[in-house]
Write a protein that binds this ligand. Structure first.
Ligand code: HAM
Length: 426
């Protein structure tokens, strides 16, 4: 006999079901609208890739590649990884298909990271994001940041702060890394347990460390902004003054280096202050002007961001923003066997209304209970007398105290009458 014990979803993952999934769907639909407004088209790439896409893309020494990736061998002996983030896959697709530039795409994707689960940090989360390849025009940086900002604004978030920094390009960063390494080497004894011996593997990661000893050592050390070349400084100044021009407030954060090795020049993060200090980034991104080359393509600049849907939902809750999503328009209660309901729901749905019904020929009382629970605006009642006279009784389910709560209409008029109700309710 097979084992009858129920099996739950894996640790650090969540089922997103009706009741919550409406909010999820609203976020995706809103993002799709904004991404289209900014000229981005939808891109869908496989959830798993050759592990090299991520090792080369996000950097073999990044925490995500070293400790968090779900890597597996398929039955043909190839080594794949589940996508831990969206950017490397999109750039892999760009290199493979040579689209004309600028190439601007948006995506919605699950991302998989073997992290220590906690509120706002999951082993499977979902990201909405964009990537734009083919130009290093700083006004593109402004537009990409603006898209995220307007999206958050439209959702109703008011306590999101934009932190921004420049990582410089390879040469500025090489100079900086020499100085940073000298500083860390001198003070390595004062770093946190993880970085005391491991800092030299990737010194920039120490800037990312939130532990107090690392913050103290790096605060007293050199900062990347002071090593930017003239071009990088000018690029950054154009981005920040562009943000000023279109009224997007920003905060310079010289410690912001982000977790992946592909970043160059502009990097940014959106911090939801309503979420407190842990897991409060609702989005982040930046330029990656060397990534296409790292993945075997022609030198091509790029920039993008990803925004965590679960974190956005937490931030909306923390700011007490209620996302409205349209519920059912009508619920059909047919106590004559269900055949009238079959035709009725089809007709109403064809007219663009959202309609549900009950099944299994239940009693009037039980069907009405379902109608009430469904959240529909009206119930459409079909009993023996209605069937006889070719009518339907419409009952208002949301305003129980109105005098004309219930009205009888002919089957021919039912679509128009329900539309009247739902228009009035808007
Ligand atoms: P990221 O900062 O690693 O960047 O992730 C983007 C967003 O995904 C975060 O700001 C956060 O909202 C959410 N997120 C990340 N990890 C988790 C998790 N374990 N649980 C819940 N939410 C999470 C990237 O992934 C880059 N690909 C962004 C980018 C696009 N850069 C350039 N283009």
């Amino acid at each position: 006999m097979s084992d009858p014990t129920p099996i739950n979803a894996p640790i650090g993952t969540r089922d997103i079901l009706p009741g919550e999934s409406e909010h999820f769907a609203t976020l995706v639909a809103t993002f799709a609208t904004w991404a289209q407004r900014y000229g981005f088209g939808l891109a869908l790439t496989p959830l798993f890739e050759d592990v090299g896409v991520f090792n080369r893309g996000i950097g073999e020494d990044s925490d995500v590649a070293r400790k968090e990736m779900y890597v597996f061998e398929d039955r043909g002996g190839r080594t794949y990884a589940l996508r831990p983030e969206g950017t490397a896959s999109i750039v892999r697709a760009f290199v493979q298909h040579h689209p004309t530039t600028p190439w601007k795409v948006w995506y919605i994707t699950p991302a998989f990271r073997y992290e220590r689960p906690q509120a706002g940090r999951y082993r499977q989360h979902h990201q909405l994001g964009v990537e734009a390849l083919g130009t290093d025009d700083p006004y593109l940086d402004v537009e990409v940041i603006a898209l995220a900002w307007r999206f958050y604004e439209h959702l109703g978030l008011r306590q999101v702060r934009l932190h921004i920094n420049s990582m410089g390009h390879a040469e500025c960063r090489a100079m900086y890394l020499t100085q940073l390494s000298a500083h860390l080497s001198e003070h390595s004894g004062s770093l946190c347990d993880e970085h005391r011996d491991g800092w030299s593997r990737n010194p920039l990661r120490v800037l990312d460390c939130k532990k107090e000893p690392c913050v103290a050592v790096t605060d007293a050390g050199p900062m990347l902004v002071d090593f930017l070349c003239e071009d990088c400084r000018e690029h950054f100044a154009t981005v920040t003054s562009g943000l000023d021009t279109i009224g997007i407030p920003w905060l310079a954060n010289p410690r912001l280096v982000r977790g992946f090795d592909y970043y160059t020049r502009t990097t940014f993060e959106f911090v939801a202050e309503a979420l407190g200090s842990a897991q409060n980034a609702v989005g982040g991104g930046g330029r990656y002007d060397k990534l296409a080359e790292q993945l075997g393509g022609e030198p091509t600049s790029g920039i993008g961001f990803g925004s965590g849907i679960e974190r956005l939902l937490l931030a909306l809750e923390a700011e007490k923003v209620v996302l409205t999503s349209k519920g059912l328009d009508a619920f059909v209660v047919d106590t004559t066997g269900g055949a009238v309901a079959l035709e009725l729901v089809e007709r109403l749905r064809a007219a663009g209304l959202s309609v549900d019904r009950s099944y299994d020929q239940r009693s009037m009382k039980s069907q009405m209970k379902r109608a009430d629970r469904s959240g529909a605006a009206v119930a459409l009642l079909v009993g023996p007398s209605e069937r006889e006279s070719g009518t339907v009784t419409i009952r208002d389910l949301r305003n129980s105290d109105v005098a004309d709560r219930q009205q009888s209409v002919t089957l021919a008029d039912v679509v128009a009458s329900v539309q009247d109700y739902t228009n009035k309710a808007k």
